[in-house]
Design a binder for this molecule. Sequence first.
Ligand code: HXC
Ligand code: NAP
Length: 282
Amino acid sequence: MFQPGLYDGRCVLITGGGTGLGRTMAERLAGLGAELVLMGRREAVLAEAAREIESAHGVRVRFAALDVRDPEAIEAALDGLWDDTPPDTLINNAAGNFTARFETLSPRAVDAVLNIVLHGTSYMTLACGKRWLAAGMEACVMSITVTYAFTGAPYVVPSAMAKAGVLAMTRSLAAEWGPKGIRFVAVAPGPFPTPGAWDNLYPRPGLGSKMENRPPVGRPGRHDEFADLTAYLLSPQAGFIHGEQIVIDGGNWLKRASSFSELDALTEEDWQAMAEKGKRRP
Ligand code: HXC
Ligand code: NAP
């Protein structure tokens, strides 16, 4: 289904589009013909990504350096975009996160994560949405969540709270704005190694690899797999998928949720002993 030109005529705004999974989505969508707008705080990172994507794929890539926690900066940037070609798709991908014991956090530390993930996502969605509604434009919003949005997770409590809120936004606005032509989806990735995530989540190199290989498929996610899913979900072929969160994690969250996963550690002798027990039953 990924025919060349699938995204011709589309304009996709990606927050955090200069790095990691945001950059992965940017590359894939540009390769399929989409014009892009990248947002993030670091202008140099965005400028380099825009230049590289333009030269690789021959599409226009605009960028705006801003903090998604700043609604006035968002309004100003979107006014500029709407004066030219408005985006028809928003990917809420920007996030902040770190691992810490909850009892050690200051209020500002809690706010740092909640404000980027929950408030920033709300501000971006509101600012784009009200413009789309006013123009009667059809549009699509994809938010990148995480599986612990529905399981919860220790040591990343503000992130879990914020991502759960983003999932609630996806479902709520699917019902409210769906009838007005705006489609909502969320993607919940498991481990997809990126420098941004791994640097912020693990105190020393090497710890991340333990988590990477935890999914029952025995490996971390590949960026091309993530790109394929998101390119499908934002395409017209996925037009009936609405208000839904799709998990892409190699079965990772089920590993913890399923009661006997720890038995992976049993030896052949343990299994034989178990079988012998059964045979001894009268
Ligand atoms: C405790 C911390 C802390 C830490 C920061 N703070 N890091 N507290 N442990 N590790 C506290 C600071 O002391 C300060 O509080 C407050 O948080 C704000 O810190 P700043 O550095 O001023 O914040 P800011 O510059 O706004 O940076 C935001 C950030 C940073 C979230 C802290 O990490 C960031 O910019 N991250 C962006 C990239 C990122 O996180 N990517 C990973 C996404 S991965 P005080 O009280 O001292 O002033 C992800 C899911 C992955 O989301 C899941 C994998 C399966
Ligand atoms: P990343 O490279 O650190 O991506 C985060 C991006 O958000 C960066 O480009 C960053 O750019 C931008 N950003 C952060 N704070 C911002 C702010 N206040 N305003 C504007 N932009 C901001 O990490 P990633 O792994 O690719 O994560 C991408 C998304 O996937 C996130 O939503 C994350 O929660 C989710 N996710 C990742 C994984 C994984 O395994 N990698 C798993 C589950 C979910 P600047 O620093 O320049 O602002």
